[in-house]
Write a protein that binds this ligand. Sequence first.
Ligand code: NDP
Ligand code: 8X3
Length: 259
Amino acid sequence: MPLSQQTVLVTGASSGIGKACAEAFATAGARLLICARRADRIEELAASLQTEFGVQVHGFALDVRDRAATEAAFAKLPEEWQAIDIIVNNAGLSRGLEPLHQGSYQDWDEMLDTNVKGLLNVSRTLLPAMIERGAGQVINIGSIAGHEVYPGGAVYCASKHAVDAITRGLRIDLNGTGVRVSTVDPGLVDTEFSNVRFHGDDSRASQTYVGMTPLTGADVAATVLWVASRPPHVNAAEILLLPTDQASCTLVHRDNQEK
Ligand code: NDP
Ligand code: 8X3
């Protein structure tokens, strides 16, 4: 089925990769369900996508950590929005970069509750209907941090390793149902990610990308769109998408640092 006949859910669409995914799917003519906690941004994005691309968009506020609210939000969707073809599980964040023995319990809870349990909450709520229809696709936004570990990143990396395990486990559990399960795992992407990691310290956040060319949200979104537009018998199961300047979590070429 062409994307113009499909309904796509993007979680964490108020910023960065999620917002870029919403824009990419709108360009392809898909019907869009978009959500995040910041309702004002979601409303604004919904209005602009409708105007710019002439697509149907339904936006709503959702904190994916809240299991009851997640179930209720999807249960009360208008009838014409109930059949979701593609889930982009993007909502996520990092908090802090301290060594584990100095880490903050609150930061850990936020990362694990959002990146792991939030993804599970959305998937568990929506998968039974997909399985019943015998078609659908789950595209998780993992990370290079699900393949490697770096200093100060133990808990964030654990959350993305969990996303990797959940993706692989779900693919096994759904084998034979017609529902595809994929992960797109980016390296450094210039979004609000580092501002959130450093609790709003923008000057520290900007250091993340100094002297190198990071990916953009649009680069990741183009890959997600490619994954979503493979023919039904093809599952692009796992893509590691890195900036050319990045070879691993900790090996980043920064040759223009002095410019
Ligand atoms: P941003 O901070 O720009 O976007 C994060 C999005 O997630 C926002 O829309 C935010 O919306 C949403 N979000 C966070 N917590 C919740 C929650 N509890 N419920 C619902 N939505 C939530 O960062 P990115 O775009 O970079 O991050 C998107 C995903 O990409 C994350 O899973 C991240 O781990 C992953 N990633 C990012 C990389 C990078 O270098 N930037 C690299 C690899 C992976 P709101 O605050 O309004 O709720
Ligand atoms: C985000 C990429 O390397 O900052 O998942 O953890 S990294």
